[in-house]
Design a protein around this ligand. Structure first.
Ligand code: SF4
Ligand code: SF4
Length: 56
């Protein structure tokens, strides 16, 4: 499951751009729609502030 550390988010929009399933609802501070997330973890590699983490 993807772990989101909202307090680290710099609202850069990279995760919104790279997510293949549009799980990040909008620009600005990250908001994840877990029902859309397919756990590909592409977003983890692109987040510049380590706000996204691959969990168990
Ligand atoms: S793990 Fe993949 S599907 Fe889930 S939010 Fe990140 S990029 Fe999108
Ligand atoms: S890539 Fe990271 S810092 Fe940028 S909006 Fe997404 S969670 Fe926030």
């Amino acid at each position: 499951m993807l772990i989101v550390h909202e307090e680290r988010c710099a609202a850069c929009g990279q995760c919104h751009l790279v997510c293949p399933s549009e799980a990040f609802k909008d620009w600005g501070v990250v908001t994840l729609d877990r029902e859309k997330c397919v756990e590909c973890y592409a977003c983890v590699d692109y987040c510049p502030t380590d706000a996204l983490e691959e969990g168990e």
